[in-house]
Design a protein around this ligand. Structure first.
Ligand code: FAD
Ligand code: NAP
Length: 543
């Protein structure tokens, strides 16, 4: 093992890989191929021993104990060396070119030791990315960092490996995010240009894709750095420039939907002529897979916090004036807080401020606020800290994530929404979208599973909506009702689903969306498959 200095990854607000921010796992390593099964995150699959919570892990990492066994040395690890560390009592794993000794973490891993062992002595990047690309392992496993891989990364995306000539292959796990990736992947490469007037700077991005819309464009301008990201299917085009002169805080974003042109309009602070736009960052003008782009965060202000039920609150966050961001239906964001000196990240699905009861017109949101409906768990690391935030405090919010596409609903005639607890959150925007914008829609049925009546989120609003719009129906099912409950009782089951999930016509085009605790979602998907629904007819919301 050659000794070598390697800087632990992490730290930057956003970056490509390595060094980008990812999120803390409820369960860091899913079973291979378990994307469909591994659902909503959250509830641990394997009960952890007392004293093995995330907080306990954070404490251990701060204790100064030598967790790598290398007394703080960072080394260069060969594939052969990595392969030797493949036992529970000596387990190294490579993620994105960085090698971690995860032996001390075994007992703290919410997914269990066996899941971690699946990647023992190998490159776990693909396994890790299958579900938990968001997990901020850099921060979590900082004290377990052994060093970097000595040669090329083991799990470089195929398109990268094949696009690079032998001598240009990246060393030490550093993956180049350059233009050739985009061209190789898509055959079309967006581009950008800029021009100015006395008072304005306009950056024009030619996405070269029709059907652009405001949700596909995310722009931030902070500390005189402008960052514009365009989402094109599963790819992302980025313009990122340190501006040559100062600009004002507010920005304007215009999207010419039919021609695929995006304009980012910045207001000059001083009416001077700019010779250049500024210094492009390394990531500028790159067109790569979305999953290879690091999560970008901006700080948002908490402007209100209102009770929804005894344990769930609606948090309203205000985006900075210099941000353009709309979270599409079915997608989530990550929130990030520093807790006990460690970055902790959790995903949350934005909702609307309330259920719009007039679904005649598409509801227009101001675009300046994000509403999150969040259950505060008595022992929840993140939600307890979140609940302590005061109005006016700031919290980091990421770009949208998720694999749900609105096109899945656009041709749906019967939409079934199966939600358990806060698994209701993705259904809110979906309901709104389906009722306002899906012309062929005949029925929407929400089947909402909760423990007790007190746990039902937005019950009144849902009942009102059902009264107002004959296409919409809601069924509440309680698993732990009081004896006064006159409604349906039980848990998700095949018989229950066969009773409620029925096509309105024999040949109806159906979509069934399901979201809740992981086992709920897994069981639901299985029951639906058993009832004869195809994979295309089911969407499970997962991490
Ligand atoms: P942890 O410290 O992780 O857990 C502590 C204890 O709290 C656990 O042992 C358990 O007893 C209990 N607990 C924690 N999480 C869960 C859980 N998920 N299910 C059951 N018991 C639990 N949550 C929302 O409230 N609103 C949302 O909109 C939302 N959107 C999500 C979107 C995605 C894609 C995913 C994967 C999860 C979403 N969650 C949402 C769950 C959220 O990310 C966290 O898991 C949750 O807030 C708990 O975090 P914590 O750190 O407070 O709890
Ligand atoms: P909860 O109150 O604990 O449970 C809601 C209902 O689901 C209850 O009736 C409960 O019955 C039932 N349930 C729980 N576990 C079950 C299981 N193993 N099998 C069958 N039914 C089960 O739920 P919650 O605390 O709000 O949690 C909501 C979950 O949704 C979280 O895990 C969260 O991570 C997830 N979520 C995911 C997303 C996403 O997009 N992926 C978005 C939002 C929320 P019991 O009485 O038996 O417990």
């Amino acid at each position: 093992m050659a000794q070598r200095s390697a800087r632990p990854p992490g730290g930057a607000q956003a970056a490509g890989r390595p060094g980008r921010m990812l999120r803390v796992p409820p369960q860091a390593f899913p079973a291979p191929g378990s994307q469909q099964r591994a659902a909503a995150g959250g509830r641990a699959k394997v009960p952890l021993k007392p004293g093995r919570s995330l907080m306990d892990w954070i404490k251990l990492t701060k204790s100064g104990k030598d967790l790598t066994g290398l007394k703080g040395r960072l080394i260069e690890v060969t594939e052969d060396e990595l392969a030797k560390h493949n036992k529970k009592e000596d387990c190294w794993i490579c993620i994105r070119g960085f090698v971690y000794n995860v032996t001390p973490y075994m007992e703290y891993h919410p997914g269990g030791e066996d899941e971690l062992m699946k990647a023992a002595g190998t490159d776990g990047t693909d396994l890790f990315d299958q579900v938990h690309r968001w997990v901020n392992y850099e921060s979590m496993l900082k004290e377990c960092l052994v060093g970097r891989m000595a040669v090329k990364p083991l799990a470089a995306p195929k398109e990268i490996s094949s696009a690079l000539s032998e001598e240009k292959k990246p060393l030490n796990g550093m993956l180049p995010e350059k233009k050739l990736l985009g061209a190789a992947a898509k055959g079309i490469t967006p581009s950008y240009d800029w021009f100015q007037t006395d008072s304005l700077i306009t950056i024009v991005i030619y996405a070269k894709q029709k059907d652009m819309n405001a949700e596909l464009v995310i722009v931030d301008c902070q500390d005189n750095r402008v960052r514009g990201e365009i989402i094109m299917d599963d790819h992302s085009y980025l313009v990122e420039v340190d501006l040559d002169h100062e600009v004002q805080e507010d920005i304007i974003v215009k999207v010419a939907e039919k021609v695929g042109k995006v304009e980012i309009i910045l207001k000059k602070k001083d009416n001077i002529h700019w010779e250049i736009l500024g210094q492009p960052l390394e990531s500028c003008n790159t067109f790569i897979k979305r999953t290879d782009r690091g999560l970008f965060y901006r700080k948002c202000k908490l402007v209100s916090k209102t009770e929804v039920t005894h344990d769930t609150k609606l948090f309203c966050l205000m985006l900075p004036k210099s941000t353009h961001l709309h979270v599409p239906a079915g997608q989530h964001v990550c929130l990030k807080q520093i807790i006990a000196g460690t970055e902790v990240v959790r995903p949350y699905t934005p909702v609307l401020p309330s259920l719009p009861l007039n679904f005649k017109e598409p509801s227009h949101h101001d675009g300046a606020h994000i509403y999150l409906m969040i259950k505060i768990y008595p022992c929840g690391l993140f939600t307890q800290a979140l609940d302590c935030l005061q109005i006016g405090d700031y919290i980091s919010v990421s770009n949208p994530e998720g694999n749900f596409k609105k096109t899945q609903v656009q041709t749906t005639e019967d939409l079934f929404l199966l939600a358990a607890g806060t698994g209701f959150t993705p259904m809110v925007k979906l309901l709104n979208f389906a009722l306002t914008e899906v012309s062929c829609l005949r029925t929407i049925k929400l089947i909402f599973f909760n423990k007790t009546e007190d746990d039902i989120l937005w019950r009144n609003q849902l009942e009102q909506l059902a009264l107002k719009d004959e296409r919409f129906e809601v069924q509440f099912i309680l698993s732990q009702p009081t004896k006064d409950w006159m409604g349906k009782q039980g848990k998700i089951s095949s018989s229950l689903l066969s009773e409620f999930v029925k096509r309105s016509r024999e040949d109806s085009k159906v979509l069934i969306c399901i979201c809740g605790p992981t086992p709920f979602t897994e069981q639901g998907v299985q029951h639906l498959r058993d009832l004869g629904y195809s994979q295309e007819e089911i969407h499970a919301f997962t991490a």
